[in-house]
Structure formats: C-alpha cells, structure tokens
Design a protein around this ligand. Structure first.
Ligand code: AMP
Length: 337
C-alpha cells in the first residue's frame, strides 16, 4: 500500500464573518483532516458572484474569510483564494462542454436558490452563473485531482456531477485522466438557528439567527439566553431547539455538564436556564481562542495576506499543470504550441 497521503479539497464562499454553523459543520473538520490528508482549501470568490452581492464588499469579505480560516487553525500553506488561481475559471469553461444541459438542469440547489431569489422579489434576476455553478465546483475539485471531498448530504448531488464530468471527460478524450472524487462524510453536525430551530443556522435568515464566532462574548451570551426552546410544533421526544442546545454543549466539549443535564432531561427535571447557562459558557470558551487568534492575525494583516498570496501561488503550480495537460487532451493551444 502506498504511504502517499490522499488529496482532500474543500471550499468556502466568502460571505462575510464565519458563523458557528460553518465552523462546527465544516471548518473544524477541515482543521482535523490536515493531519491525515494532503489538504487544499479554497476561499471561492468567483462562486460568491452567483447570488446578489456588493462588489465593494467582496474583496474585503474574501480576505476576511481567508484570515478567519487561519484563525480557526487552517495551515496557510493549504489555503488559496480562487481568483488568485484563475485556471479554475478556464477549466470551468472546458468542463462546461462535457456536461450536458439536461444534467445540470436536475440540480436541486439551483432550484432552491433561484426560488429563494424569486420569493424575495418576483422579478429577481437569476444568472446563468448560478445555473453553471456546479461546473465551476467540478473544476475546483478536479483541477487538484482530489481523492476526497468532505461534504454534507446536501452537496451529494453536486459531487456526483463532478464524478460524471470526470467520467465523460475521460471517455471523450480517451484517457483515464481525472480521478473520480469520493465524498468524505464525517460526523456531520447540523446547527440550527437559535431564534428559529426549525431552520438551519444561516446568515441569509438575518442577524438574530446566527452566532458570529468572531463576535463579542456579551452578544453570544445574549443570543443563547434568548434561544427558542419550544417552537409550538408537536414533536416526538426532544424538541429541535433543546436538541440543538445539547448538540452545541457537546460540540463545546462540556461533556460532564452534558451528561448531568441529560439526566435532568430524562427525569423531566431540566431547567432551560441551566442548559442555556452551560451552552453560553461553552460557546464563549469555544470561540474565545479563535477570536483572540484572529485579533492577533488582524494586527499583522499584511504579513498574513502575503502568506496567503504565496500559498495561492504555490497551489497554482498544480492547477497550471492540470490545465496544461487538459488543453493538450482537448485540442486547445498552450502558449508554447
Ligand atoms: P454556506 O456558506 O451555507 O454555503 O456553508 C458553507 C459550509 O458550512 C458548508 O459546508 C455547509 O455544510 C456548512 N454549514 C453552513 N451552515 C451550517 C449549519 N447551520 N450547520 C452545519 N453546517 C453548516
């Protein structure tokens, strides 16, 4: 068996400050994977253009997200910014020609996101970029010959599309060139909104729905204190709001408090104020070192930005190599041809 570490690839959109759902559902896992895999992580600013956005904020959001990933424990040499590796966009164009319109038309995320836009405004502009987004995602993955992509169940369909694109490409150009990336399903936490635990924590729901892990501690405590425990919906067993608080307690590592409060729950003796108190302390403790590291990074921002530019340039070498080989296979000119 080869000892060579397998390649892992994952990306995050620069949507402003990272929230607790991003951290516990994705980034914490990315940090741990760095031990066993050869990891490449991207801040994908081209993807952020597919939904309405403000050009004046995008560049700053991109840097912030990259610096926040460093604060969370991502190694700078594993991190790149998508627009600093423009080969992604070029490969995207090539792959668009080995992906059928009908196949892309089946993507449920396009339907969800375009409906989300139309719900807000009937006349909303839905771009071809949003429709083509999964092809750019396939380029992000295939350009590094990723073996594994850590994903949540909601991304399964997109990864299958990447595999199909790889397969069709290999078939059409007569070479087993692209590997078929596999999903890496790790413990997949789904963090719910504290204000509406019937919904996933998300920035698009509005400020009170998400916990900013870089926000101040008083705000985190206040949000937990006013977390909704009972949504009025009939549920079997534990209500989603209470379950979410227990999940957060577990994620923050306060296992003794978790066990003892779980006993209270089983004995129908649970005081929500006790649970919330523990969760608040747990989250404040979880976020504090990350926030402090971020403050440190921010005070030396230029230096860390340079590090990310350097790692992007280094990672770009792999992307360039793939693109050169792809162009040879598909009959497109390389500069020296
Ligand atoms: P998004 O910014 O919504 O595209 O999410 C980026 C990453 O964070 C994806 O891998 C999501 O699966 C993860 N994520 C986002 N929100 C949550 C949540 N509420 N619970 C768990 N994971 C989440």
């Amino acid at each position: 068996m080869s000892n060579k570490k397998k390649n892992v690839l994952s990306c995050l959109q620069p949507t402003g400050d990272m929230h607790l759902g991003n951290y516990l559902g994705a980034v914490q896992n990315w940090v741990n994977l760095q031990e066993d895999y050869n990891c490449t992580y991207g801040v994908v600013d081209y993807h952020a253009m597919t939904m309405p956005y403000k050009a004046k904020n995008l560049r700053e959001n991109t840097w912030n997200m990259a610096l926040q990933l460093l604060a969370c424990g991502i190694n700078s040499e594993n991190l790149f910014i998508q627009s600093l590796v423009p080969e992604h966009a070029e490969l995207y164009w090539i792959l668009g020609n080995v992906c059928s319109f009908g196949r892309l038309n089946l993507m449920t995320q396009f339907k969800d996101k375009s409906e989300q836009l139309k719900d807000k405004d009937k006349e909303a502009f839905v771009s071809a970029g949003l429709f083509n987004y999964p092809v750019l995602q396939a380029a992000d993955i295939l350009i590094y010959h990723a073996d594994f992509v850590p994903i949540g169940k909601d991304q399964t369909q997109h990864l299958e599309l990447s595999r199909d694109i790889a397969q069709r490409f290999n078939h059409q150009f007569g070479k087993e060139y692209f590997a078929h990336p596999e999903p890496l399903y790790t413990k997949n936490m789904k963090i719910l909104s504290l204000a509406n635990p019937l919904k996933k924590m998300s920035k698009s729901l509005g400020e009170k729905h998400y916990v900013n892990i870089f926000g101040d501690e008083a705000r985190i405590r206040k949000q937990v204190k006013s977390a909704v425990t009972d949504t009025g919906e009939a549920t079997e067993g534990m209500s989603p709001g209470v379950q979410n608080l227990f999940d957060l307690l577990e994620a923050s590592g306060r296992m003794e408090a978790h066990a003892s409060l779980m006993d209270d729950y089983r004995d129908s003796n649970l005081k929500y104020s006790d649970l919330k108190g523990e969760v608040a302390e747990g989250l404040v403790g979880l976020c504090r070192p990350i926030r402090e590291r971020y403050e440190e990074i921010n005070s030396n921002k230029k230096n860390f930005k340079n590090k990310i530019k350097e790692s992007s340039a280094e990672i770009r070498k792999d992307a360039k190599k793939t693109l050169k080989e792809v162009k040879e296979l598909v009959g497109i000119l390389n500069p020296k041809d």
